[in-house]
Design a protein around this ligand. Structure first.
Ligand SMILES: Nc1ncnc2c1ncn2[C@@H]1O[C@H](COP(=O)(O)OP(=O)(O)OP(=O)(O)O)[C@@H](O)[C@H]1O
Ligand SMILES: [Mg+2]
Length: 322
């Protein structure tokens, strides 16, 4: 399952993504967690030393290596230069699984409590809103497009705040999107905006309330997001302690909050995967990117990289020669 955590700045995306990842890993699931936010805080939330994590190799800087690896010997992608972040896999491409080893994971990912973690890399002020930011996140988009994950494996992406998440087709790369929402008008405003953008793309969105103090908070969320609300996390002493550097075993999280994580996981697994949709949307966004700028830069029609009937799914793992 590919899962995104989105929401207003400060709503608790990183907190919920890390708790979800740690809970799933402690139950024995294969878990990958990727920090794709401008503010890189997921490493610390997972209990890694944030300074050490910031020094390590990051996805954004290794985009070239990632392209080189993923293109494999796909004849339609004869060089990494001809690979956009939207270039879909085809025959000969290298596909990824959550728990395999490969040179990209070895180089860029760190293991923490059974979670495979990587970050896109921090963003300096100049990156905001310009292509540099998007090219860093592009490494994640490419990996998601080549990832064959099973229903009981989780690829968790801590996304950028608010509407910036719609700057590329990446919001369609997830089986489920969890919108973390505080009981405030601004937070539900981001939910409404998200639903509006996602409307045409059949995106599964569920709301997880956060920093809930009382029944009034829950009522407020229900009134504004209705059935999309699948549960809520109370204001948590455990989270507060973690914020002070004391990341305790996940089992010590308040019971009601653990139950929310389990409900979210069950929601995603229950809704399942749709590889046909995943593939056709990858193709759609690649066509758009090729026409908008890729073709001009490459001097060829990059839409020709699309192999219509190369539908992703677990069946491909049996045919791939590594
Ligand atoms: N349930 C909770 N109980 C107590 N504190 C919380 C809870 N959820 C989040 N927080 C605190 O709220 C702050 C913001 O949370 P977090 O960093 O997870 O939000 P974010 O949406 O990832 O923010 P950003 O937009 O900056 O990435 C942090 O200090 C975090 O510890
Ligand atoms: Mg965050």
């Amino acid at each position: 399952m590919k899962l995104a955590f989105v929401g207003k700045g400060g709503s608790g995306k990183t907190t919920m993504a890390s708790l979800f990842a740690r809970r799933a890993a402690s139950l024995g699931h294969a878990v990958m967690a990727v920090d794709a936010d401008i503010n890189q805080h997921l490493a610390a939330a997972l209990g890694l030393d944030p300074e050490a994590a910031a020094m390590g190799p990051v996805l954004g800087e290794r985009l070239g290596d990632i392209k080189e690896y993923l293109r494999g010997d796909n004849p339609l992608v004869p060089s990494a230069d001809l690979m956009l972040k939207t270039t879909p896999p085809g025959p000969g491409s290298r596909l990824l699984t959550v728990s395999e080893s490969n040179p990209v994971y070895d180089e860029i990912f760190t293991e923490v409590d059974g979670i495979r973690f990587a970050a896109t890399g921090g963003f300096v002020e100049d990156d905001l809103g310009v292509s540099c930011y998007h090219s860093k996140v592009g490494a994640v988009e490419l990996m998601l497009n080549h990832m064959i994950d099973a229903d009981d494996e989780f690829v968790i992406v801590d996304m950028v705040a608010g509407a910036e998440a719609f700057a590329s087709g990446m919001f369609t790369r997830f089986d489920h999107t969890f919108l973390v929402c505080e009981p405030t008008l601004r937070s539900v405003g981001v939910y409404k905006q998200y639903v509006g953008y996602a409307e045409d793309y059949d995106v599964n969105i569920a709301v997880i309330g956060n920093k809930i103090d009382d029944e009034d908070d829950v009522e407020f969320l229900r009134e504004h997001v209705g059935d999309a609300l699948i549960g809520w996390c109370t204001r948590s002493r455990y989270v507060k302690a973690a914020e002070r550097g004391l990341v305790g075993p996940i089992e010590e999280l308040e019971e009601a909050n653990l139950a929310v994580l389990d409900a979210a996981r069950e929601r995603a697994v229950g809704a399942g995967k749709d590889w046909v949709k995943f593939t056709s949307q990858a193709h759609e966004f690649h066509r758009k990117a090729a026409a908008a700028w890729g073709n001009d830069r490459a001097g060829v029609d990059l839409a020709d990289q699309i192999v219509e009937d190369f539908v992703l799914g677990e069946h491909l793992l049996h045919t791939q020669t590594v």
